[in-house]
Design a protein around this ligand. Sequence first.
Ligand code: PNW
Length: 488
Amino acid sequence: MNPLSDDTRPAEFPPGFLWGAATASYQVEGAAFEDGRTASIWDTFSRLPGAVRNGDTGDVACDHYHRMPADVALLGELGFASYRFSIAWPRVRPDGGAPNPAGLAFYDRLVDELLAHDVLPWVTLYHWDLPQTLEDAGGWLNRDTVERYADYALTVHDALGDRVRHWTTFNEPWCSAFLGYTGGQHAPGRTEGVAGVVAAHHLLLAHGRAVTEIRSRAPEHQLGITLNLTVAEPYDAADPGDVAAATRVDQLWNRVFLDPLLRGKYDDGLAAHTEGMTWRGRTWQEFVVDGDLELIGAPLDFLGVNYYHGDAPSTRAASTGRDLLGSRVAHPERPTRSPFPGGDDLVFPRRGLPVTGLDWEVQPEGLHRLLVELDRDYDLPPVYVTENGAAYDDVLGVDETGAACVDDAERVAFFDAHLRAVRAALADGVDVRGYFAWSLIDNFEWAYGYEQRFGIVYCDFATQRRIPKASARYLARAAAANRLPDVG
Ligand code: PNW
């Protein structure tokens, strides 16, 4: 039986289940060079020919930096209990150097505004905007960046820790490490093979350093990390090559982070799948120093899980023609590589499932399975779904009263199906504590620029007008009732 259509389960979510919406600094703030902010790797990368669709940048984005009070008021009106946002490192410590009071003041105001609207601030310390100066010194391949990050994290904690209790060290370090240093699809756009694992180790170490420092200062605070995880199902379960491909993807996507974080060690399978690979003459293991894994394995108060799509790896290119990111990275001017070290043979054939605007397969049952398998395989802290959402081609319309509206029925159906998956995982005993929609508002969708809209609120980028979509109303009803609303 498909557990998602099993309507005998209660429609209610557990008492206290946290409903929220999420954004990230570079994607929404704009004001890229105001009040002392310096360049991040995304300011640089977005200016490289062919790196981002249409040459878009985050220079203006949703102009949230200037429109923050109205945006927070909208969150409050929609009735979300929490807002997940990230801090721009180059605003707070420009060039990775001394603290910048003007940059910190923005987040100080944001937190006060949220609390005034009864919205819980959920802070992500790093959502990909590394100061360019630190990248120039080696970025996440330079162990010294770990110390710079720990200093930065404490600067933010000192400034906001009297009002913020929930801290996420990193958002999706997989993207930073493997899209950034192996595949080249994301900033800094490097294609250096197993360097992705070296970057992953340093990101994990920075996480461990920050958790340990913040924990010693504020033992009552909730500390965690957000990973983008996948359920890698072999394209053809009867094909040994596809089964092996799925195992490899699981190692180089999920377990490279899960095992050190939750078991305090790297799995032998990771070594097996990176055997013989070196970066600048060294294996990734040579970057792991005694004591690192103790820091990385420090206890977590929560694990954030971002889930978007199902994936069915294969190595039979003839059946497919697509890489992991589908059509999204086909920039002729900027050749990219597989984000999986040694993975240029890996393909992700589509299985005939519906797809979103990014050509990502819609597979809500994958979220249920992912949560259940995590719970089965690891000693799991409480879980929050920190991102889930979909890009669709939204059409701006006019309702009966003449007001602008967006009837994003496909996105409503997407949220509804994935919330049913969360409910199924809860019924199976997984301790899921909350759900954040990605995203509060249409924004700068990384390599896709402004072409792809993930918002539950429409952003008219020409006028900066905000128009809540039907999906925002749907989620507002869910949040208000703490249960699945009727659709349609
Ligand atoms: C996440 N992939 O990015 C990020 O956390 C958000 O900032 C982003 O807007 C959202 O998902 C939608 O893309 C991802 O290649 C980027 O699998 C790429 C991948 C996954 C997540």
